[in-house]
Write a protein that binds this ligand. Structure first.
Ligand code: R5P
Length: 323
């Protein structure tokens, strides 16, 4: 007898809007759960439906310490409910930026959290624009990383901007900028960013031609907004014309949203890997179709890399419009 496991989707509490959109895209309801916090702050999880023998996708952006703990507890509950496979979908992987010992006696949290997810019982992870590709190897289970840049390509193509330059605000993001630049047939510039303290940018030097050009600054994360807003000012001072900011993960700590709205940019494009209300210059592009399709491919044992190759085909445009 051939056994066909059911596809199940469980949403953590960190990004309900994205989880609901993914469930709508896949035409599969979210599996019912009871997730609550006890008086002392401990998290309680019960899976309210039978998931025995099923392939269970758990969607959670690890945006806070509690969301990591909640994810681990959901994985544990699903494992104890006898699921066949547990696939963790991490639209945003928090703690990924501490991916090496930059100084003595520091932790490597990207590895620590990978260990926690694996030990809790995940069989596989689906990530989105992970901070550095080598983090995939921090997991001893398969980690698939998909990219958000196709939706930015589509957005900027529809704007029909000319005389463009795509700018990476630091050396770590150059590959990302090259991918976007190639698709938009635009040259790429780089900003040499120096930090003296965590969360504070000390110095920026532009490498490449930006004078008289419309610039798109592309980063994976906007946290305090320091990097991207300073990069916008540096480009403006160097004679760039219209400046667009875009990033995949809008962490937006503290007053980042006001900083972005007061920046030299005409528009700020972010995705919905982290929940946010669009305000002023900030626009949100949804990744629900892209993530949903990747989940479907994994469930059906189909290639994920195909999603990176076929990005210009009409099917993508249809999905993006649906969002
Ligand atoms: C750093 O390597 C990342 O790619 C981002 O540039 C950084 O996290 C942005 O942080 P902030 O907005 O606080 O400058």
């Amino acid at each position: 007898m051939v056994y066909n496991p059911k596809m199940r989707i469980i949403a953590g509490t960190s990004n309900p809007a994205l989880s609901n959109k993914i469930s709508k895209f896949l035409k599969k309801p979210l599996t019912k759960t009871n997730i609550k916090t006890f008086a002392d702050g401990e998290i309680y999880v019960k899976i309210e439906e039978d998931v025995r023998g099923d392939d269970v996708f758990i969607i959670q952006s690890t945006v806070s310490n509690d969301s990591i703990m909640e994810l681990l507890i959901i994985i544990d509950a699903v494992k104890r409910a006898s699921a066949r496979k547990i696939i963790v979908v991490l639209p945003y992987y928090g703690y990924a930026r501490q991916d090496r010992k930059a100084d003595a006696r520091e932790s490597i949290t990207a590895k620590l959290v990978a260990n926690l997810i694996t030990t809790a019982g995940a069989d596989r992870v689906l990530g989105m624009d992970i901070h550095a590709p080598q983090i995939q190897g921090f997991f001893d289970i398969v980690f698939d990383d998909i990219w958000a840049f196709p939706i930015f390509v589509d957005y900027f193509k529809r704007k029909k901007l000319t005389n463009l330059v795509v700018v990476s605000p630091d050396s770590g993001g150059i590959k990302r900028a090259v991918f976007l630049g190639k698709r938009l047939k635009s040259p790429v510039a780089l900003i040499d960013k120096r930090r003296e303290k965590h969360n504070q940018v000390a110095e920026m030097n532009i490498v490449g031609e930006v004078k008289g050009k419309n610039a798109i600054i592309y980063d994976d994360i906007i946290d305090t907004g320091g990097t991207i807003c300073k990069a916008a000012s540096a480009l403006k001072a160097a004679g760039a014309r219209k400046i667009y900011l875009c990033c995949t993960h809008p962490v937006l700590s503290g007053d980042a949203l006001s900083k972005l709205n007061a920046s030299d940019a005409v528009e700020v494009l972010v995705t919905d890997t982290i929940p946010l209300k669009p305000i002023g210059k900030v626009k949100i592009l949804s990744l629900s179709s892209l993530i949903g399709q990747a989940m479907k491919n994994l469930y059906e044992n189909k290639s994920i890399s195909i999603l990176k190759k076929e990005i210009d085909k009409s099917v993508w445009k249809k999905w993006i419009k649906k969002d």
